[in-house]
Design a binder for this molecule. Structure first.
Ligand SMILES: Cc1cc2nc3c(=O)[nH]c(=O)nc-3n(C[C@H](O)[C@H](O)[C@H](O)COP(=O)(O)O)c2cc1C
Length: 350
């Protein structure tokens, strides 16, 4: 296994998603890693250290001064002769902070080390990953954005939060990344997948679903989340490629560091792809492009008065038209979604 025997210091801060860290640790342990938890006092108000101790088999370190005076890092993977914050940090192969509160991100950005977790952060010279989680207004606050950008520039890999219903009752960006995504980021970091082998290459990736307006409020669309195209764009970016993401409607956040061109309708997507793909090395068309659109779009919201027959017309087959004029594109990748005769239909499209 890629992370077999690796020592992961898991930092837990005072976010409501702290309970999800149990799952992250379970998955990391399943991959063969050994986990040691360091928590803030706020985190310990939300979830008891004993919960982590039960699944790691090690005491969760909380405090620099008081309750952990009798904590000896030798119980974990350390050297009892060194101060706990130095020892925990220096012996770790990777430090994953999950969930990362707005507060801890600010402290990391400023170099404030007033508790065990933040002191260990400054003492760590291993890769550091942070999975922010907070209310959407907090995540979008300019101060938080600035601090997150700051720590990313300092080399911390941010595992971006997802969008959806939040514990506070609001809906928006701020949900901690899924445990599987966090584990994937850890594995990638530890296995050195963050190489630069695509440096100098230009990739264009399409992702998400198209939306064709029926009237000013309704659209004809499909159930694509955009997750796959976004994952491809993120992986290419991490490998050093210069990436343009042509995005329809997405249910996931686009990755940082890529140029995002929004294109909601098939027509907009076709024109965005044509201009972005000129001379690119690779074009990967993972977007779910609608095959039909309403023949007419009503300028006013249609009332619920009697039957409504919506006349549709076919949209442009972007993959086909780009494929027929692909001289300037190195590699072209398309996808086929079928409900029957999968291979046969896929081959016909190819
Ligand atoms: C119930 C509850 C849930 C909270 N959830 C979050 C959260 O998800 N994200 C966040 O940034 N702060 C959250 N906070 C606020 C933090 O706990 C607070 O800013 C604290 O000072 C963070 O300390 P720490 O970063 O040292 O753990 C929450 C507070 C409470 C009482």
């Amino acid at each position: 296994m890629k992370i077999d025997g690796k020592r992961i210091l898991v930092g837990v801060t005072g976010g409501v998603a702290a309970y999800k860290t149990l799952d992250v640790i379970r998955c990391l342990t399943r991959e063969g890693a050994s986990c040691q938890v360091v928590m803030t006092r706020s985190a310990a108000m939300l979830i008891r250290p004993e919960s982590f101790e039960a699944i790691t088999g090690r005491r969760a370190a909380v405090d620099l001064w008081e309750s952990d005076r009798d904590f000896r890092p030798a119980e974990a993977f350390g050297d009892a002769a060194k101060p706990i914050h130095i020892d925990l940090a220096q012996k770790a192969d990777l430090f994953l902070i999950t969930p990362a509160t707005a507060n801890v991100i600010a402290k990391m950005a400023a170099g404030i080390a007033d508790d065990l977790l933040t002191t260990a952060y400054l003492a760590a010279d291993c890769p550091v990953l942070a999975a922010p989680a907070m209310n959407c207004f907090m995540w979008e606050h300019p101060t938080v954005k600035r601090n997150a950008e700051r720590i990313a520039a300092d080399g911390v890999r941010i595992i971006p939060p997802g969008t959806g219903d939040l514990a506070c009752g609001y809906s928006g960006p701020g949900r901690v990344a899924e445990p599987a995504e966090q584990v994937e980021a850890v594995i990638e970091t530890l296995s050195g997948a963050d190489s630069n082998d695509l440096a100098g290459r230009r990739l264009v990736v399409t992702a998400g679903r198209t939306e064709e307006p029926i009237d000013p409020v309704r659209v004809l669309t499909n159930r694509s989340s955009g997750r796959m195209g976004v994952a491809i764009a993120r992986a290419a970016r991490r490998r050093g490629a210069d990436v343009t993401l042509v995005a329809g409607a997405l249910s996931v956040e686009p990755p940082g560091g890529v140029d995002v061109v929004e294109a909601r309708t098939v027509e907009a997507m076709a024109s965005a792809v044509r201009s972005a793909a000129k001379g690119c090395d690779v074009l990967i068309m993972a977007a779910a492009v609608g095959d039909f659109r309403p023949k007419k779009t009503s300028a006013k919201k249609r009332k619920r008065e009697g039957d409504f027959i919506l006349e549709l017309e076919p949209t442009e087959d972007i993959l086909r038209s780009v494929g027929e004029n692909r001289q300037s594109i190195g590699v072209l990748v398309g996808f086929a979604l079928e409900t029957e005769n999968l291979e046969q239909n896929g081959r016909r499209k190819l």
